[in-house]
Design a binder for this molecule. Structure first.
Ligand SMILES: C[S@@+](CC[C@H](N)C(=O)[O-])C[C@H]1O[C@@H](n2cnc3c(N)ncnc32)[C@H](O)[C@@H]1O
Length: 277
């Protein structure tokens, strides 16, 4: 693929998802778009690109964008965020709010392992929080992964990644050669297609947002815009979990990093978007 074609494809992906693909990522474009070119009857990616240049094809543009998302995830990924949720965030929340609904959003939930890990954890902890009920929402730009997440079906390989065997036995049913989360865990999570480039404030307010391992794909202005929009959807001191390679530093003053709990940020009390502008 030549430099122009790489730039053309990178723009298609950036305009729709915010994902930045540099020239060094050309190998990724080649390996992920080759199956699409074949499936659509093109002789090569070059052919696909020249056809696309000739006529706008939004469906194809989204297929390309979807293929360029990285959906890597696994149960209880990185372990520490889930320990922090259990040992610090939930007890703190209880001190603030002894009754009512706690809303949790996984903002790039991929195939669902992250929100389902939270649902299993909450199931274990529920007796400590008798006055609270929990609602979990998972969103992702890719319909393909959202549909898989909804099914709650995972392969042997997937359940062997991060999931304690005791949880496998307790929360999954064997369905042919797959494992399916039991209905009581599945029903705790609502999945929707959702693009972080869009105005997602209609999802409502959240006490806790997990936005892990997705900001790494965006440029600085996009990261700042998404974080500040999230801040408008949280109460003062609401909790934001980012991935190990992600931070709010240098992007926005809407969040403070928690001194005791690494990777967890709290929404600054009284912050407003206007104040930051
Ligand atoms: C590496 S996965 C992270 C999954 C999970 N949060 C975790 O940490 O294991 C990144 C996910 O972000 C999604 N994604 C990428 N761009 C997005 C966007 N603009 N809006 C919503 N989701 C996006 C991808 O489809 C992918 O499933």
């Amino acid at each position: 693929m030549n430099k122009d074609d790489i730039e053309y494809l990178a723009k298609i992906v950036y305009d729709r998802s915010g994902i930045v693909l540099t020239q060094e990522k050309a190998y990724l474009l080649e390996s992920r778009l080759a199956p699409i070119a074949r499936k659509e009857g093109f002789n090569s990616i070059d052919d696909l690109v020249s056809t696309l240049r000739g006529r706008a094809d939004e469906k194809m543009a989204w297929q390309i964008t979807d293929a360029m998302t990285t959906n890597e995830t696994f149960f209880f990924r990185d372990k520490t965020p889930f320990d922090n949720l259990k040992n610090h965030v939930l007890p703190e929340l209880k001190a603030r709010k002894s009754a009512g609904k706690v809303r949790i959003w996984c903002a790039a939930s991929s195939t669902g392992q992250e929100p389902y890990s939270i649902a299993m954890l909450l199931n274990e902890e529920a007796s400590k929080y008798p006055g609270l009920s929990f609602e979990i929402t998972g969103t992702d730009i890719s319909n393909r992964v959202v549909e898989k997440a909804k099914s709650g079906l995972y392969s042997q390989f997937e359940v062997q990644r991060g999931l304690p065997v005791t949880s496998l036995v307790k929360y999954f049913d064997k369905v042919d050669d797959m494992w399916q989360l039991k209905p009581n865990i599945r029903s705790q999570v609502t999945f929707k297609q959702g693009n972080l480039q869009d105005d997602f404030t209609s999802l409502g307010k959240f006490d806790i947002i997990f936005c892990r391992n997705v900001l790494i794909y965006f440029d600085q202005p996009t990261k700042a815009k998404i974080l500040e929009r999230m801040a408008t959807m949280m109460p003062d001191n609401g909790y934001l979990f980012l991935g190990a390679a992600e931070t709010v530093m240098g992007l926005t003053d809407a969040f403070n990093s928690s001194r005791e709990v690494r990777g967890v940020y709290t929404r600054q009390a009284g912050w407003t978007r206007a104040k930051a502008a």
